[in-house]
Design a protein. Sequence first.
Length: 123
Amino acid sequence: MKCIDAIIKPSKLEDVKERIGRVGVKAMTLSQVTECGVTDARLRIYRGSSYVIDSTPMMRVQMTVDEDMVSPVVDAIVSTALPGEIDSGSISIYPVNETIRIRIGERPYKAIGDRHREHARVA
């Protein structure tokens, strides 16, 4: 199992969700985040006062998938989230040792893997 953690522009969230859904991902965690220090700071002037903007609002999309789904999911995100543009985001992939569904105490592949495998067979 792997955790895919993608930081994308908010304007691309719906496109990314739809595209990775077609690959077979049914569940994900979404968070609003602020990316800081990635690009040069921008000086803005508002009503005579100047201030520096050195952060960018972004969306974090996290999902846990089987190892055989990592490449299709990453390809779907990269092709949808404005590749080649400044501040288009990043993707990190982490190993997952165990996943437990708290509601019923289900462990590893029962908790996450089966849902993705069943959906992928249908798609």
